[in-house]
Write a protein that binds this ligand. Structure first.
Ligand code: NAG
Length: 244
């Protein structure tokens, strides 16, 4: 149940979504709860399988540097195959969509934190997956060459225990000795995951395929507060991963 102040807080944070409510809305009175759930399903994680982090004081940018972050642009909903929501399950699932096992958990550079608004406050990334390139040099080639990767945090604090994975995906390029986010690297990194997840895949004997829903209004489009000053389109992909 949401208190009135929480609902108002959510409204204040969702100007784009609120302005989408038709002007003649008042002639069809509904309860406040119903009205809000039509605006954003991230308000009720028991139904949607994820909670809008802003409701609990979090945000959809991670904390890369004190004042800059990378967009959290994919959510694996808590309505997904329960196995995928476990740590081990996410490893296997990541492999099924083209990320490597050997490089899972290998941390490059600094660790990013995220506040998912679940009562845990800022927590350190729980997962790092890098794109699997083969057969050249085994599976960690991507960490040398650049490519797609994602970091993940689980929304499982006591305030919003949806079990969803929140992913910050991006595509890097390797320039000399430096890894840089590609031009349009946040959108590209997200789209790489979404395409593979929607196509479906398998790891060993388990097959998965994801339903994809796009959300606007969770992330501000543009590059305000975004690390490397690389603009992104503000769209977040909500994946519901089903076991086939
Ligand atoms: C939340 O998920 C993380 C990542 O899998 C795990 O390490 C942690 O133990 C979980 N917390 C609880 C309270 O279950």
């Amino acid at each position: 149940m949401f208190s009135t102040s929480r609902l108002l807080f959510a409204l204040a944070l969702s100007p784009l979504l609120v302005s989408a409510v038709p002007a003649d809305f008042a002639v069809q009175p509904q309860s406040e709860q119903t009205r809000l759930s039509t605006i954003s399903d991230g308000l009720d994680w028991r139904k949607s399988g994820w909670a809008d982090p802003r409701l609990g004081g979090g945000q959809m940018l991670d904390f890369t540097l004190p004042d800059l972050g990378e967009p959290i642009n994919v959510i694996i909903s808590g309505l997904s195959d329960p196995f995928v929501l476990t740590h081990e399950g996410l490893h296997r699932y990541a492999k099924s969509i083209g990320f490597s096992e050997e490089c899972l958990g290998m941390h490059m550079g600094n660790l990013h934190e995220a506040d998912l608004g679940d009562g845990d406050g800022r927590k350190i990334e729980q997962f790092l997956a890098r794109q699997h390139y083969f057969p050249i040099w085994g599976t960690c080639w991507e960490s040398v060459r650049g490519g797609n990767h994602f970091r993940a945090w689980r929304q499982n604090g006591t305030e919003a225990n949806s079990g969803a994975w929140f992913l910050a995906a991006s595509k890097e390029k390797y320039v000399g000795e430096h890894h840089l986010i590609d031009t349009d690297g946040y959108n590209k990194g997200r789209d790489f995951i979404v395409e593979r997840a929607a196509a479906g895949g398998r790891w060993k004997n388990r097959w998965w395929k994801a339903d994809v829903e796009w959300k606007e209004g969770l992330l501000e489009p543009g590059s305000d507060g975004v690390n490397h000053d690389i603009a992104q389109d503000g769209r977040v992909a909500i994946l519901t991963v089903r076991r086939l």
